[in-house]
Write a protein that binds this ligand. Sequence first.
Ligand SMILES: CCCCCCCC/C=C\CCCCC/C=C/C(=O)SCCNC(=O)CCNC(=O)[C@H](O)C(C)(C)COP(=O)(O)OP(=O)(O)OC[C@H]1O[C@@H](n2cnc3c(N)ncnc32)[C@H](O)[C@@H]1OP(=O)(O)O
Ligand SMILES: Cc1cc2nc3c(=O)[nH]c(=O)nc-3n(C[C@H](O)[C@H](O)[C@H](O)COP(=O)(O)OP(=O)(O)OC[C@H]3O[C@@H](n4cnc5c(N)ncnc54)[C@H](O)[C@@H]3O)c2cc1C
Length: 664
Amino acid sequence: MKGVDHLAHERNKTEFDVDAMKIVWAGSRHAFELSDRMARLVASDPAFQKDGRIRLGRKELFKNTLRKAAHAWKRILELHLTEEEAGWLRNFVDEPSFTDLHWGMFVPAIKGQGTDEQQQKWLPLAYKMQIIGSYAQTELGHGSNVQGLETTATFDPETDEFVIHSPTLTSSKWWPGGLGKVSTHAIVYARLITNGQEHGVHGFIVQLRSLDDHMPIPGITIGDIGMKFGNGAYNTMDNGVLTFDHIRIPRNQMLMRVLQVTREGKCVKSNVPRQLIYGTMVFVRQTIVADASTALARAVCIATRYSAVRRQFGSQDGGMETQVIDYKTQQSRLFPLLASAYAFRFVGEWLKWLYTDVTQRLQANDFSILPEAHACTAGLKSLTTTATADAIEECRKLCGGHGYLCASGLPELFAVYVPACTYEGDNVVLLLQVARFLMKTVSQLGSGKKPVGTTAYLGRVQDLLQCCCDVQTAEDWLKPSVVLEAFEARSARMCVARAQNLSKFENPEDGFAELSADLVEASVAHCQLIVVSKFIDKLQQDIPGKGVNRQLQNLCYIYALNLLHKYLGDFLSTGCITPKQASLANDQLRSLYSQIRPNAIALVDAFNYTDHYLGSVLGRYDGNVYPKLYEEAWKDPLNDSVVPDGYHEYIHPMLKQQLRNARL
Ligand SMILES: CCCCCCCC/C=C\CCCCC/C=C/C(=O)SCCNC(=O)CCNC(=O)[C@H](O)C(C)(C)COP(=O)(O)OP(=O)(O)OC[C@H]1O[C@@H](n2cnc3c(N)ncnc32)[C@H](O)[C@@H]1OP(=O)(O)O
Ligand SMILES: Cc1cc2nc3c(=O)[nH]c(=O)nc-3n(C[C@H](O)[C@H](O)[C@H](O)COP(=O)(O)OP(=O)(O)OC[C@H]3O[C@@H](n4cnc5c(N)ncnc54)[C@H](O)[C@@H]3O)c2cc1C
């Protein structure tokens, strides 16, 4: 790094090997080296600069995004980047665009739901970007309720085609990213109708625009749905509206891995479960968990560095004021977020492993862990995105007034991130899916079916209903078995209590609806247990690097004990712990904050974010905040002239009027 390092005194306090931690954060040396190379490549290329993005009007902003996406593709081809490298490069460009949907959903949908033949035909075109795809599922009238979609795909045996049609206004496709202005094709979800019979919602590959002049195919109406929350932010994306007026596509453009439609219009089921139609969502939810840790780490990196730079109060003798990071209140708000970033990283790693395992099993016709994969991806997507969106806002507050400036990077990060709580499944709707899975698991306990995977603890439900936490000192809260048992007991007791309440209803669906708010709480408890247990598992691994494991232990206990503090009502009301033990957990938490404090800057340095990627004056690596903030202010277009436009029309006459009135 060039210039003076205003945070050098902080970095000198570090008690662990930061380079080793960078590898732990990245997941492997390979991932670290690759992501580091791509981050620097993007940061050093002027074509990818982000300055002033938030001040651009929509049209300019969008065109700028198209330029960057095209430049990224050019570099990918010139440098012969692998798919993995290209993914990292796009990530560091740091601007939502149609390519996210093309690579993140269109391609995976064809891979997951297409037959071998369909994959052979469409994937090479998509890989070379000779077609650009989007994922058109949500409609104006329905998003969460996928089975309620209204678009129809009616088989016409005479021509061997499907007729795709939007029968109502509410059936207009609405929201798909990349659809509004760019995509040439989309996976369109529609109700399949053959021989006058309905066969549920399926995916169809539909061409939307001409590959010659980009005009919509006749019968297709298509456009952008309008500005979204925040400046810059997600407005780089052309979320679209799309309607079909009896558009014809060949029969072989229905994705047929789950269900085949024959030449005669007969439906033939494969051995693959119907839920695989939802497989792309499972894939993306899993990637969203990993992305949550990245976004959270960004906000935490900014807030931590700035908290070490910022000083307020505390100087009685004209000396230095106190760094705000030294206030226990600041630590109690900031360090749990730092711990959450690491926690979400590790649970994201595990979820990726689970997803890979499920995919391999599916290929071998083993569908047994699909419900577990669905529950984990849905639940963890919900938990991590809610926590991250809240955390970005908390980081803004942790930066005081300057956090509200766009130059802090936090307003745009919040605006771009917050829809993650809604897309790929509204977070409450997803927790209700977890609740269904948990209630089903509890109801099967009596039948001797042994729960496995993340619900294995429910197999020990009798013990967990009776166990008593044996914490007697604050140090006892640093035992993995103690923490794990408290979280397992809380979750098991909440699940059993909800199941007992449900059993009082004659109609289980009525009961589920009536108790849904309580059920969601049980889902949260279960998902928090998963995160805690995966963090504890991580600590059992042989992690090289001086002091690294120690820091991870501290972060793990901060994550768990802060949750215990925040959800104390659950832990106390279910009788898992006593008020005295809760108070000891709090004592331990304060002590952990003191232990993390000297390492805080190094722990965010381990994220290895470039200043380009962070895009924040407050979060600069060198901590040189004030001169740069001052410099940044003068870049605002309002400061182009000393006297503002509008002075002569509006300010001057008003002042003159006051003057005249005063004279009267
Ligand atoms: C190199 C690559 C670089 C690219 C990087 C990009 C990475 C991308 C990352 C971020 C991109 C962000 C871009 C965002 C774009 C956003 C896209 C979208 O939003 S797409 C639209 C998403 N829509 C939804 O998520 C809708 C939410 N609704 C649903 O999921 C479901 O319909 C439902 C709520 C689950 C439906 O509930 P319902 O009860 O009606 O279920 P049924 O349909 O009847 O199903 C019943 C049984 O099926 C089980 N089930 C449900 N879903 C699944 C699933 N996904 N997998 C497996 N099983 C599932 C359900 O549990 C029921 O089971 P049983 O109880 O019968 O056993
Ligand atoms: C930025 C962004 C990008 C998107 N990109 C795409 C895309 O590329 N492709 C695509 O197809 N879609 C996309 N979507 C759409 C997205 O998937 C849906 O908005 C999402 O699934 C939520 O559905 P909804 O809008 O119908 O919400 P609704 O279901 O209408 O939710 C409204 C409220 O009702 C509540 N609610 C709904 N159902 C229940 C229930 N059963 N029980 C209790 N409460 C309930 C919800 O919790 C929420 O509070 C995108 C959305 C956004 C914001």
